[in-house]
Design a binder for this molecule. Structure first.
Ligand SMILES: Nc1nc2c(c(=O)[nH]1)N[C@H]1C(S)=C(S)[C@@H](COP(=O)(O)OP(=O)(O)OC[C@H]3O[C@@H](n4cnc5c(N)ncnc54)[C@H](O)[C@@H]3O)O[C@H]1N2
Ligand code: MOO
Length: 398
């Protein structure tokens, strides 16, 4: 049986990045950048007004002074002349500030009469002007390769004048639930049946990690039906068979994949929860089998699927795992011979330090502890009991 570290190393060793491609910004959301983005322009390109009002010389804008309005600078049509003493230019938010001006009097601080304005409030210092380049300057590195493109990244790429980016394709990740007892949500359940829940969580995780979810539905406990679904998934990058991995008479998953030509890499991990996690390659498709127990599947998705997606999208798989140290708010029993991850809630104390509180019941069938789980408390195999106040390593999952 592999240790978790060995299993993860095997995944990282095998999983190669996909070929990057050019994508329009509109299609780039949720993808991972393959080539860094540098600013093609300076933003703002020139000093601009932050308010609607009048561009002036601040030394000229004493309370009660009158100034002559010599022109207008609407956004997009800069005033071409220069501004002298005793003069003002009507200006709007985002308009280029005319030469000679160092201050914008907001229009609420003026009274206008024809081409004259009177300053009605004191203007103690030059203000309301945004300097050229306060957001970024031409040539600045804005987004490094490996960055997941979300709202902020897309807006800045657009502002930096990039109509398209080079990004990795979203790996297509097909999830196949398995079990005669499973029914979709909304079903009337017969005796012995339960609702198939895990794929909904996996869809959300896969999407948030930069993958594209493909639903292979619920396969019955029948090798032929499982093989038909494997064949239907042709062309996806990863298949995630859920459950059917253990030693029971109806656990057919690994055998069905073997019949299809799977090259196995590992078939079990010395881990709690998650012992029946397995991995292999089927032609060009990675196959990551997750345990049927929902909590085990979701913990192992964090431990193995997230790094696999990182690898496929050009990021180091190990960087997918974000570790922090936290102080236990209560004691923990020795974990036993399998490396263990406990779902826990995090709190940040006044001094900024993190505490963790494990969920009371860590049974691997339970979903409710995930509602309050921010992290997974790490317990090395054969570790001694941990008293309250011990510092433990935690894997952040939120
Ligand atoms: N004799 C042994 N029994 C078990 C062992 C073992 O080593 N020896 N391992 C246990 C461990 S650890 C786990 S974890 C489970 C997982 O086994 P499988 O991966 O084969 O999972 P299943 O038997 O198919 O299902 C387990 C459990 O989870 C429910 N399930 C499955 N899929 C879903 C789904 N999509 N949504 C919601 N719930 C699901 C299923 O109904 C079962 O209750 O095996 C232990 N047994
Ligand atoms: O390894 Mo199982 O995942 O403990 O319940």
């Amino acid at each position: 049986m592999r240790t978790r570290i060995e299993a993860l190393a095997a995944i990282i060793d095998i999983a190669a990045p996909m070929a990057p491609e050019a994508v329009s910004l509109g299609a780039a959301h949720g993808r991972v950048l393959a080539v860094p983005i540098h600013a093609r322009i300076t933003q703002p390109p020139a000093a601009v007004s932050a308010m609607d009002g009048y561009a002036v010389r601040q030394c000229d804008a004493n309370l009660g002074n009158s100034l002559r309005v010599i022109g207008e600078a609407p956004a997009g049509r800069p005033f071409t002349g220069a501004l002298g003493l005793g003069e003002a230019v009507r200006i709007f938010t985002g308009s280029v500030v005319p030469r000679g001006a160092d201050h914008v009097v907001i229009q609420e601080d003026t009274m206008r009469d024809g081409d004259q304005i009177t300053v009605t409030a004191s203007q103690p210092e030059p203000s309301n002007i945004r300097a050229a380049g306060i957001d970024f300057r031409e040539g600045d590195l804005l987004l490094p390769a490996g960055r997941l493109l979300g709202a902020a990244e897309l807006a800045i790429a657009a502002a930096a004048n990039h109509a398209e980016v080079r990004a990795y394709p979203r790996p297509r990740i097909a999830v196949m639930a398995n079990g005669d007892e499973l029914r979709p949500p909304g079903s009337a359940l017969a005796e012995g049946e339960i609702i198939c829940s895990t794929p909904f969580a996996l869809e959300a995780l896969i999407t948030s990690w930069g993958g594209e979810f493909v639903d292979l539905g619920i396969a019955p406990d029948d090798p032929a039906a499982i093989r038909a679904r494997i064949q239907a998934a042709d062309g996806v990058d990863v298949i995630i068979p859920l459950g059917g991995a253990s030693v029971g008479d109806h656990d057919h998953m690994q055998a069905a994949f073997a019949e299809e030509g799977l090259e196995p890499v590992f078939s079990k991990v010395k881990l709690k929860p998650g012992k029946p996690t397995w991995f292999g390659k089927l032609h060009n498709t990675y196959v990551l089998g997750l345990p049927g127990n929902p909590a085990s599947a979701l913990v192992c998705a964090q431990l193995f699927l997230k790094p696999l997606i990182w690898q496929l999208t050009g990021r180091a798989g190990n960087d997918a795992l974000v570790w922090r140290r936290a102080r236990l708010t209560g004691p923990l029993e020795p974990p036993g011979s399998r490396e263990t991850f406990l779902r826990g809630a995090a709190e940040t104390e006044k001094d900024g330090r993190l505490t963790c509180t494990p969920a009371i019941n860590q049974d691997s069938s339970l979903l409710r502890p995930f509602l309050t789980a921010d992290l997974l408390i790490h317990r090395p195999a054969n570790a001694p009991a941990a008293p309250e106040g011990s510092i433990v390593d935690c894997l952040m999952i939120r």
